[in-house]
Design a protein around this ligand. Structure first.
Ligand code: AMP
Length: 285
């Protein structure tokens, strides 16, 4: 595996692979790898002969400077991990390489960016995400790009962005990888203190309670969500949001008929965690 820092080097490496007839896979990340990230790389490896993992802590998607400042960074450890699961390139550019000049163009995917994370973090967050993903797709020009269902709203926005702007790339959204106690893996989990780490699995337990209620035949959103709310109350968690929305449009739903995204965000001290499940017709979880 090679570590590259510049867009020119990345283009050369991808160009050479393409001339050899290789299918190019891209896995965008912000580093501090865990098994969730590695599952995306493994999936990319299974489908593509040349796998580029990007490691870029994108400043424009952080709405809190303290969150950006303490975001975990371990490039040396990350490089070993992605190499072990078969990445060909780790692209780890500097902020100046990604945003080299006075930067004016941004990509916005309204109205999908407005609810859920958009309410709490502001629409700037997904503008930052959509813009950097657009740039990474243009830099690497992959055949396929891999994202996690853990960031469900982000995945939906990226699918729409690619469709609306005619990017010639296939987007694959991979299942959320969890700790044995159900907590969704996240780079931020390592920032939790012991007590928060003990309470945090209640997020997934609340989601699974809703999912179980729907599986038993409950279609009234309020009734199904109440089962999750009581799990949260028992754990003393007041979520920033705990919502059931259409998995396609993110509009609130009163009745669970089609695929419904049940999404949650909560703070444990200064650490913010998100998680979600899909429930309803045809859902896998
Ligand atoms: P991040 O480094 O947090 O920006 O995440 C990079 C990619 O990994 C995104 O597509 C995330 O959705 C995905 N990801 C993060 N956590 C998980 C997880 N627990 N399971 C599956 N994918 C994940």
């Amino acid at each position: 595996m090679i570590i590259l820092r510049t867009v020119a080097e990345l283009r050369d490496a991808v160009g050479a692979a393409r001339r050899e007839g290789k299918r190019i896979g891209l896995v965008p990340t912000m580093g501090a790898f865990h098994q969730g990230h590695l599952s995306l790389v493994q999936r990319a490896r299974a489908r593509c002969a040349f796998v580029v993992v990007t490691l870029f802590v994108n400043p424009t998607q952080f709405n809190e400077s303290a969150d950006l400042a303490r975001y975990p960074r371990d490039e040396t450890g990350d490089a070993k991990l992605v190499e072990s699961v078969g990445a060909d390139v780790l692209f780890a550019p500097s902020v100046e390489e990604v945003y080299p000049r006075a930067y004016t163009t941004t990509v916005e995917v309204a109205p999908l960016a407005e609810p859920l994370e958009g309410i709490v973090r502001g629409t700037q967050h997904f503008k930052g995400v959509a813009t950097v993903v657009t740039k990474l797709l243009n830099m690497a020009q992959p055949d396929e790009a891999f994202f996690g269902q853990k960031d469900a709203q982000q995945a939906l926005i990226i699918r729409r962005l690619v469709r609306d702007l005619d990017f010639p790339v296939r987007i694959e959204v991979c299942p959320t990888v969890r700790e044995p106690d159900g907590l969704a893996m996240s780079s931020r989990n390592m920032l939790l203190d012991d007590e928060s780490r003990r309470r945090a699995p209640a997020l997934s337990r609340a989601l699974f309670a809703v999912s179980d209620a729907v599986a038993r035949g409950e279609t009234d959103t309020e009734v199904a969500m109440a089962t999750g709310r009581s799990v949260l109350a028992d754990a003393g968690i007041e979520p920033e949001y705990f919502a059931a929305v259409s998995a396609e449009t993110l509009a609130s739903v009163n009745v669970i008929e089609g695929e419904t995204l049940v999404a949650i965000a909560a703070r444990f001290g200064s650490v913010r965690l998100i998680d979600n499940v899909i429930v309803g017709a045809g859902s896998a979880s």
